[in-house]
Design a binder for this molecule. Sequence first.
Ligand code: ZN
Length: 269
Amino acid sequence: MLFIPGVTNELVYEKRSWFVVHPKGLVVRKKGEEFELLTEEDVEALKLDRALAHRMGSLDETDALTFAISGDLPEPYEPLPLRALAAFLDGSIFGVVGRALHTADWLTTSRFCGRCGTATTRVSGERCMLCPSCGLQIYPRISPAIITLVRKGDLALLASNAKFPGAFYSTLAGFAESGESLEETLVREVHEEVGVNVRDVRYFGSQPWPFPNSLMIAFTAQWDSGEIVIDAKEISDARWFSVDELPKIPPRLSVARQLIDSWVKEVRG
Ligand SMILES: [Zn+2]
C-alpha cells in the first residue's frame, strides 16, 4: 500500500480510491459480517457529486479521493467509527483513512469565512479554502497534544479515563494551549490530571490522530515528586503499575500502546 500525498485536485489516474466520510465515521459497505471500502459503483449508488470530492494524493496508482457526507445512509452502507476502524484496517491504510477524516472535517468546517461569513472557494494546487471577499485563507488545522508515559523506577503511571470504552488504563494526554511549549504542556497536564511533578521529558515519537484534527506528540518523563491525586473530572483512576501487573491497555496502532510496549520491553531487558 503506497500512498503519496498531493494537493492538486487534477485527477492523474484512471482509477480512484474513495474515502467517504460521515460525521459518525468512515462509510463502508457491509457484506455479511464483513466491511469493504467503497468503490466507484458505490459512489454511483450513493449519488455523490464527484466535483465536491477532494484529492488527497495517490494510492497504489489510483487517485485517493475524500468526500464528506451526512444524513441517513441507505443499506448496505454504514459509517464505521474510529474504534471499529482500528480493528478493521491495517496500519498502512489507517494513515490514509486518518487523512481522509481530517480533510473531510476541514471541508465541512471551512465552507464559510470565519471572519466575514462569505462562502469560500477552493484554491487549486493547495489544500486551502479562500474567502473571495476578504482574502482569508483556511488550511486544515492541526491541534497538537502531548501524550506521556511517566516512570518511577520500573513502575509506570497509567490512568483510566471515564470516557475510555471498556475501562482500560492508558498514558496521560492533553492539548497544548496557546503560548505553551510541548514540555510545558506535559508538566502542566500531568500535574493537573494526577497531581505529580515530572522531570527529564524526552521525545519518543508522534502520531497523527485526526479525530478530528490532533497530532499526538509522545514523550517519556520521570516522576520527580508528589503523590497521585486525581482530577476526578477527567480521570476515574490512576496508579503506578509494574510490568507484571498490567491492566487492560490500549489497542495496537496507538502511540499510547507503543509507549507502554517500549517501557515493558526495557524493564524486561
Ligand atoms: Zn471573509
